[in-house]
Write a protein that binds this ligand. Structure first.
Ligand code: GLP
Length: 273
């Protein structure tokens, strides 16, 4: 596992965007797994800049988002400002700024008539696309990946999940409150890729920033693998794993010295890295 520590959120975001951009350059028709939340916004801004200034081309890229609240969703042809779906978030924060094709975008449908059936189809769509080349991930305050709340099986597949009180509190503050939606009105259910689904990606890129993520980042990376912190499944991943943290999010890690040392030696041994 490569753990990369950068001083600031901006540096962390640039590093992460650089990794995503190299995947797109190496494999122009790659499949990207994308995440929402405040964490990846800086990386999305940088990808937008690379598209605008350097011609980074997303025209053949396929995307699959991790999750969506149940009961909200949008038509990407007519995004509605007040809608608090992750689909709208992705449109506003990334898709409308780059040249990804609408037919190549996949986001769980929060308005699906039969969500359980939809979840099976979503898994099938990922398979048909050839699997995910690079999955971007944040980490929730309770240690979740996507919406795999504590207690989710580490072999779980795409499904409907019930959000924890902590997730509702965290996401209400960062997402729904601003839109003037009450805590009671915000969705309590979500469609989420499972941990088993995520672990099938070929590469994982996990990001975390800020002091408030420090304890949970340490648990996920250095603690026991447990369904109580579903991001700890990162330790079971068999493909390429890169974790990019800012200094604050890394502040409770025990082996920081080794991670810094490893990064330095890795770049001398594998100069391309
Ligand atoms: C939500 C998303 C997660 C995300 C988490 C952290 O719960 N479902 O995929 O990692 O928020 O959000 P933030 O980046 O805003 O801390």
């Amino acid at each position: 596992m490569d753990i990369i520590i950068r001083d600031t959120y901006e540096e962390m975001s640039r590093y992460a965007a650089g990794l995503i951009a190299s995947m797109v350059r190496q494999k122009p028709d790659c499949v990207l797994g994308l995440a929402t939340g405040s964490t990846p916004i800086g990386a999305y801004r940088e990808l937008e800049r690379m598209h605008r200034e350097e011609g980074l081309d997303f025209s053949q890229v396929k995307t699959f988002n991790l999750d969506e609240y149940l009961g909200v969703g949008i038509d990407l042809n007519k995004p509605y400002k007040m809608d608090q779906s992750y689909a709208r978030f992705m449109y506003e924060e990334l898709f409308k700024h780059i040249n990804v094709k609408k037919e190549n975008i996949h986001i769980p449908d929060g308005l699906a008539k039969n969500p359980e059936e939809f979840c099976k189809e979503y898994e099938e769509e990922i398979r048909k696309a050839g699997g995910i080349d690079l999955q971007l991930l944040g980490i929730g305050g309770d240690g979740h990946w996507a919406f795999n709340e504590p207690g989710s099986s580490l072999a779980s597949r795409t499904r409907v999940e019930i959000l924890t009180k902590q997730t509702l509190d965290d996401n209400y503050e960062s997402f729904y409150k601003k839109a003037g939606i009450s805590r009671e009105q915000m969705p309590h259910f979500a469609i989420t890729m499972g941990i088993g689904t995520i672990l099938e990606a070929r590469n994982i890129l996990m990001l975390a920033n800020g002091r408030k993520k420090a304890a949970v980042v340490a648990k996920a990376l250095e603690g026991p693998v447990t369904s109580q912190v579903t991001a700890s499944a990162i330790q079971l991943f068999r493909g390429g794993v890169t974790v990019v943290l800012d200094r604050e999010a890394a502040s409770e890690l025990k082996n920081t010295e080794h991670y810094l040392h490893r990064e330095k030696l890795k770049s001398t041994f594998f100069p391309g890295n």
